[in-house]
Design a protein around this ligand. Structure first.
Ligand SMILES: Cc1cc2nc3c(=O)[nH]c(=O)nc-3n(C[C@H](O)[C@H](O)[C@H](O)COP(=O)(O)O)c2cc1C
Length: 173
């Protein structure tokens, strides 16, 4: 079946090279708002979305993420915006809630001609003392746990083709 939204899903690929140009605020707002409309367990809206454009914190979060990997690369591939998704660790669906938020934002960004990639290791960052210090600085509760992040910006090159879907991905009973 052909449909614009279905084709959007199929063409949404991870972007690992970004132009330095900033994301217009209306587009960023639209992406963030799309995240807030994700489903959440029990309708608890456990996630908190943190959009980082301030170069000081953009650099700090990259440093902390790279530290978890044990290197000094930029894990967000030079993207001008990093969007962190954390969630209330006391909600038993915090990982699933945050994951739905991340996916909504990735699809919304793609619909607006922006690129994203999910970047991992936010759990380690915000379970650490350095991450908790950032939460205090941002006046956010230390009970927030990291779920993931997306790098956001204009793609610097064409997205490749998706990998072939594995055999037996879908089972019909
Ligand atoms: C939970 C999760 C963690 C991921 N972590 C990273 C990451 O840290 N860095 C990265 O470049 N891509 C990361 N990715 C993106 C995957 O590598 C990517 O989706 C996969 O290779 C398929 O490529 P495609 O999105 O272009 O189809 C992650 C994806 C998910 C769902």
């Amino acid at each position: 079946m052909e449909n614009n939204f279905l084709s959007l899903i199929k063409t949404c690929r991870s972007v690992r090279a970004y132009k330095p140009q900033p994301v217009p605020s209306e587009a960023l707002d639209a992406v963030l708002e799309a995240g807030t409309y994700a489903p959440t367990g029990g309708g608890r809206q456990s996630p908190t979305i943190i959009a980082i454009t301030d170069p000081k914190y953009r650099q700090e979060i990259a440093r902390l993420n790279a530290e978890v990997m044990g290197n000094n690369t930029d894990p967000y591939y030079g993207a001008p915006v990093v969007i962190l998704v954390l969630a209330d660790g006391s909600a038993n669906t915090f990982v699933e809630d945050g994951s739905c938020v991340l996916e909504n934002m990735m699809l919304a960004a793609h619909a607006l001609g922006l690129g994203t990639v999910w970047v991992h290791r936010e759990r380690e960052i915000f379970d650490s003392e350095s991450g908790k210090a950032l939460l205090r600085e941002w006046k956010l509760p230390e009970t927030l746990r990291g779920v993931g992040a997306i790098a956001l910006g204009y793609p610097a090159k064409e997205a490749g083709q998706p990998a072939a879907r594995k055999q037996n991905y879908i089972v019909r009973i």
